[in-house]
Ligand binder design. Sequence first.
Ligand code: PMV
Length: 308
Amino acid sequence: MRAIAEAPSKVILTGEHFVVHGAWALAAALPRKVRVEVSESSHLRVISDRPSSSKTQGLHPILSVVEAIGREFSFAPHLSVTISSEIPEGAGLGSSSSTMVAVSAAISRIHSLGFKASDIIRFSMVGEKEVHGHPSGIDAAACVIGGVILFKSGNAPKKLSFKGRRSVLVAISGMKRSTRRLIRSVEGVKEIYPSLFMGLTEAASEVSLMAADRLAAGDMEGLGRLLSFNHAALSTIGTSNRTLNGLVDLALSLGAYGAKLTGAGGGGSIVAVAPEGKEKSIIWGLRRRGFDAFRADIPVSGVRSWLE
Ligand code: PMV
């Protein structure tokens, strides 16, 4: 018998970094997913199709998640864990969170632990802390809950309800970056300019609440304006760079309503929203310039697991 879990990727629409300092942020689960298969074994082994995980270092956070669950529920973690993923790594699309979430959900399934969403998030965070140092938890929450969520540390995530589908565009810069390093450098900005940083955090929080409202209403133009506003704040705290600014400008010049870096920045991806019917030409325009770009329809469901 084996347990399978599939978790979606995610995109942060507004509020990243500021969410680590108490702001509301808005995130959506995306269709590209990770699949994890877990079965009983004579010892713990993790097999992954990810290039970074082929190094032992890349597997450490996953092993920590498995061991933490084993410790709390008093079983020896003798499991075989196989990971296959469609999520690009280091692109700010939640590749590592999605993997931890799927691993936690699959273990809960195989050992009949009955994990609730909050348990899966808690155990996924064990591995995320190893990767990021000081994560807010938004990535894991988006992958577990699915749909579109408003997230603030210490509060239960709020899932948006809206009728119909929306789409977002994602373009991957191809630049790898370290979320841990970027979180630290933002902490440095906060230390130097505490009151300015507090003002930006409050503004980002307000932007996220307004963006949730615009998205639910289907006002993509209004949402786009808020994305661009948020990009300016993220640039102010040093998380953008010339490549990301260039990608944002390119998306806007191709007709997007608004665009911004998504996730930690310093590389990774941008997210944009566009008028209906314009998405295809914007994606082709981005691809012609050599960027991997795709349209994602939302909402998509959160982590799912089953036995086979
Ligand atoms: O590494 P990413 O792209 O998933 O970024 C995570 C978002 C941050 O706000 C930078 C960190 C966090 O945990 O909230």
